[in-house]
Design a protein around this ligand. Structure first.
Ligand code: PLP
Length: 422
């Protein structure tokens, strides 16, 4: 039994909110009503005829451009049902989740922020994070004036959760309202063991919420997602996104699966029309059977290219060990100095030269906990992989040959300082 109590855990101002209702919740639109309730423009969207005919004659999924003058559905129950169908695998429970278990937002980033606003009193409450991890948890905490307590993951290559320390910290530190866990981790590519999540959920005295970020879960074996497990726990939130395996980062669609009471407060807090109608329509396509077929085919291609990088990278002089796991669409590799040690100066020089001389942009992660000398490389297409491997090989040869110069430019941008987190 967990010590979770929503009434004392969530902020009282948030608990007092009522979910948004519009006139159309009271008077369902059967298509024959005259809708004069929302100050929309009945003459339709200001789109040139050319744009409308181009959209309707294209072979892609049809978006109702002519319906864009109406506000979108604030509840998104149909989309939520499709997401439930996808995650009701019965690997982790016999119970089924329903649209009442869901919040959908503008990417998972909206869910990360909404949870902070639901549970954390600014200037008082804190969240526990496990570095190295996704940067948005701390950015969003800072925006909300919420403090961070850090319990680093155990050392590479496994980057497992230091579960005992997390549990002890939740006992000894005051005002920790949430634990953000990332599984598969970014930048670690490692899954958090279900047993470890369970130990945090079963904490005997801690009154808080476990947030499991499954942004990369579709790169894990079928049935790994713990989304449906929210039917068993009152204080588990599982976040997912269409930005990664589904290849839909541009539509901004994220989901949080949780208990109905937590879903209710998330839905009460959100802006009523956070999901646009084009986003909703495209998301529904992506998680339909046909969309899933495309996702699975693309995933196969990504995994093939990932395996190729794992095979080829160690053959390049100056590339060190793979750190972390491979349950994702990126890889974390050490870059070595002449002595064969992982080295941030060399990794940073390689990162900058790759981008500025070769036009290949990867991510320098050497300053993250336990990631000394590491670059994070997203798995791209076969051609991109070919170009990356050749560029890295010559770049490291040049750097090790003593050539760290970057051709002069007007002004070099401070790339890492700007809170770029993805
Ligand atoms: C990319 C990523 C996300 C996705 O965020 P969206 O806002 O849904 O695009 C969430 N969590 C992690 C760990 C990520 O790497």
């Amino acid at each position: 039994m967990s010590a979770f109590n929503l009434q004392t855990c969530a902020r009282s101002n948030i608990l007092a909110l009522e979910p948004y209702r519009c006139a159309r919740d009271d008077y369902k639109d059967d298509g024959t009503n005259v809708l004069l309730d929302a100050n929309e423009n009945a003459y339709g969207p200001s789109l040139p005829a050319a744009a409308i005919s181009a959209a309707s004659s294209s072979s892609g999924p049809e978006i109702d451009l002519l319906g864009l003058h109406r506000y979108p559905d604030p509840h998104q129950r149909d989309l939520k049902q499709l997401l439930c169908n996808l995650r009701n695998t019965h690997h982790h429970t016999n119970k089924a989740i329903t649209p009442d278990n869901l919040f959908v937002g503008v990417g998972s980033d909206e869910a990360i922020d909404a949870l902070l606003r639901c549970f954390c009193v600014p200037g008082r409450d804190r969240v526990l994070v496990c570095p190295p991890t996704y940067g948005m948890y701390s950015v969003s905490a800072q925006v909300n004036d919420v403090g961070l307590v850090k319990v680093p993951l155990l050392p590479a290559p496994m980057f497992a959760l230091d579960t005992e320390k997390v549990v002890r910290t939740l006992s000894s530190e005051k005002n920790i309202k949430m634990v953000y866990l990332c599984s598969p981790g970014n930048p670690t590519g490692s899954l958090v063991a279900k047993e470890d999540v369970k130990k945090v959920l079963e904490h005997p005295t801690w009154n808080g919420v476990v947030v499991l970020d499954e942004a990369y879960i579709d790169f894990a074996p079928e049935g790994t997602s713990l989304a449906e497990w929210v039917a068993e726990w009152p204080n588990l939130v599982v976040m997912q996104t269409l930005s990664k395996a589904f290849g839909m980062a541009g539509i901004r669609l994220g989901a949080a699966f949780t208990s109905p009471p937590i879903a209710r407060i998330l839905n009460s807090l959100k802006a009523p029309y956070n999901i646009s109608s084009p986003t909703s329509a495209l998301a529904s396509y992506a998680v339909s059977e046909d969309g899933l077929t495309v996702m699975r085919a693309n995933r196969e291609k990504i995994i093939k290219q990932r395996d190729r990088l794992i095979e080829e990278l160690p053959k390049i002089k100056g590339v060190g060990r793979l750190r972390g796991g491979t349950t994702s669409n990126f890889l974390l590799y050490e870059i070595l100095n002449a002595k064969g040690e992982p080295d941030n100066a060399i990794a940073l020089a390689a990162y900058e030269r790759l981008a500025e001389v070769k036009g290949v942009v990867v991510r320098f992660r050497g300053k993250e906990h336990g990631c000394l000398g590491c670059l994070r490389i997203t798995v791209g297409t076969e051609e991109e992989g070919t170009r990356f491997l050749a560029a890295l090989q010559t770049t490291l040869a040049e750097i090790n040959g003593g050539d760290c110069r970057i051709p002069p430019k007007e002004e070099k941008k401070e790339v890492e300082a700007n809170g770029v987190v993805a």
